[in-house]
Design a protein around this ligand. Structure first.
Ligand SMILES: [Zn+2]
Length: 566
């Protein structure tokens, strides 16, 4: 099609409001939007919902190019002729095969029609573009000049266009076919608890070479597997089963992991202890992690036992020092721990945590990564910029293996729900502040939530004491060992209790009441999701309903913990 071009900044709802104010309508037009501030699938959906007939997404040098630093091959940042590929599936609706939501894409499963699948993929053509090409389209635009926040790093004032001066002919060549994907799954059976699974996962498919994404993670997985093999030969066998998964089709929409999780949903809900994801293991030296709060202490403990290759300090110390530096001006609390982020979406932990309620983690080492999803994510890039001596690859494998082995071998599972309870309380307090700023506080009855969180906190503290006691006794007493196993099961099941079978509002595939990606963030988590979204929408009915469901989920988790130590 051919239509006038409109520059719509990041392509998010406030940008379209700004365009409307400037008198520019995108209906029937093609929009060009820059990467940043949300997952690209959100940009496609928002463009389509505003009536645009096509969407071009480009990397502006402000966020991803020369404004950040030297560009490849002189430095690690995106060169002018590089575009960022990537899925524009509506992952925030549901991931996996768009034709089989909630069900495994195996022979015999009925498929949706393409028309029905448009709930999960764009109807309009969407095209990624390198910034030297994008510049040719943006520079000649006329119309209103740079609404607030619209200017990027090209050396001219950005106009929004929408006039007939710049018309774009957009044609994409789509290849809609069903193809076979291959997940590779290996397992080491547990000696004492074969039916308790510690699952490690990483994807294997890449856009182009994928030296960083995902092959740094795949290298770490293979090294971890090799180490497990060595240990097995020396007579070690884990107490619980360890499963290693190499996923296919992640880049298209978390397909390999989602379909496997959907196929094995019942068994996973009974047996999975935790899911440990590594996607990008290394693109620099800075450790980062995201996780459910019950596993924070385990992650921190593992980072204390692995060395940072550059500084010789522990990973923990390097991580804390860096966090303290970044915080120095805003937060004088020198003892605060480095933050472990919430899990949203964008990698293979999504089906495990958000569809099935399996405690999950994700981690890696980050740095100046300017070649994401491009042909420059290569061995040359890694060996010159990302990790020239490949030492952080080793650290990643050590950390990942250590966490897996501790979960597989510990008598008492190292889960701590006190951190979870505190985190949920913080999320709620933030939401209440937000509601007050928006004059919506009359819609919130704080007491039932505060009571539920208080009970959860008390129960979590009690269970942790009980767990420590049983761990100490279990060596000598078989009665204590049996009790400990009962308690372990409760620690696993407490996360499951956050699942509401009805699913989140308008997107039933997402069922976790605490963690899900936001509808307008796409990747980033929006904790207490439905409640928070309702506050953004100023919808008091949904806010009440959302909060009620969260309270029920917390009560269910509290009950599970209570029963675990009876
Ligand atoms: Zn990846």
């Amino acid at each position: 099609m051919t239509a006038p071009l409109v520059y719509a900044n990041y392509g998010l709802p406030p940008d379209y409001e700004a365009l409307e104010k400037a008198g520019v309508d995108v209906k029937g037009k093609i929009v060009i939007v820059r990467y940043g501030n949300s997952f690209r699938g959100v940009k496609a959906k928002v463009a389509q919902d505003h009536g645009a007939v096509g969407c071009i997404i480009y990397s502006d040098p402000a966020e991803d190019g020369y404004a950040q630093g030297d560009i490849y091959p002189k430095g690690p940042w995106r060169p002018v002729a590089s575009g960022q590929r990537g899925s524009v599936q509506f992952l925030f609706q549901y991931p996996g095969d768009p034709l089989t939501p909630g069900k495994p894409a195996i022979p015999g499963t009925p498929r949706l029609s393409l028309e029905e699948a448009y709930a999960d993929i764009p109807r309009i053509p969407v095209q990624p573009l390198a910034y030297d090409e994008a510049r040719k389209l943006i520079e000649p635009l006329k119309g209103p000049v740079r609404p607030r926040g619209f200017q990027g790093a090209f050396p001219f004032p950005y106009h929004v266009g929408g006039t007939n001066d710049v018309r774009v002919h957009l044609k994409t060549d789509m290849d809609y076919q069903s193809r076979t994907l291959w997940d590779v799954v290996a397992r080491i059976d547990g000696a004492a608890e074969k039916d308790r699974w510690v699952i490690m996962g990483n994807h294997r498919d890449a856009w182009v070479f994928g030296a960083v994404d995902p092959n740094s993670g795949t290298a770490a997985m293979l090294e971890t597997a090799r180490a497990f093999g060595r240990l097995l030969k020396n007579g070690w066998q884990p107490r619980r089963t360890i499963i290693l998964c190499s996923w296919d089709g992640e880049e298209y929409g978390l397909i390999g992991s989602t379909e496997w999780a959907e196929e094995n949903a019942d068994e996973l809900q009974q047996k999975a202890v935790a899911y440990l994801n590594v996607d990008v293991a290394v693109n620099g030296p800075n450790y980062n992690a995201a996780s459910v709060p019950s596993l924070w202490k385990l992650i921190r403990a593992a980072t204390r036992d692995v060395r940072d290759p550059k500084t010789g300090k522990t990973i923990y110390q390097q991580w804390q020092d860096r966090a303290r530096e970044q915080r120095a001006e805003t937060d004088p609390d020198l003892n605060a721990e480095a933050r472990i982020g919430p899990l949203g979406s964008g990698s293979d932990y999504t089906p495990f945590l958000q569809h099935l309620g399996i405690p999950s983690t994700d981690m890696g080492f980050g740095g100046d990564y300017g070649v994401y999803h491009s042909a420059y994510d290569s061995f040359y890039w890694m060996s010159h910029f990302g990790d020239p001596d490949f030492l952080y690859h080793i650290a990643a494998a050590q950390l990942w293996g250590t966490i897996a082995m501790r979960l597989a071998d510990a008598d008492g599972l190292p889960f701590d729900y006190t951190d979870y309870a505190n985190q949920v309380r913080d999320y709620f307090n933030e939401s209440v502040l937000l509601a007050k700023r928006r004059n919506l506080e009359s819609a919130i009855d704080e007491k039932p939530m505060n009571d539920a969180v208080k009970n959860f906190t008390d129960e979590a503290a009690r269970v942790e004491k009980e767990r420590q006691k049983l761990v100490a006794e279990s060596e000598k007493s078989s009665a204590s060992a049996a009790k400990l196993r009962h308690l372990n099961d409760a620690l696993i099941a407490a996360e499951r209790a956050f699942i509401d079978d009805r699913g989140l509002l308008g997107r039933p595939w997402y069922r976790h009441e605490i963690y899900a990606p936001g509808i307008f963030t796409g990747y980033a988590a929006q904790p207490l999701t439905d409640f928070r979204q309702a506050l953004d929408d100023r919808n008091t009915t949904n806010a009440k309903e959302g909060l009620d469901r969260i309270i029920s989920a917390i009560k269910r988790a509290t009950d599970v913990l209570k029963k675990g130590s009876e």
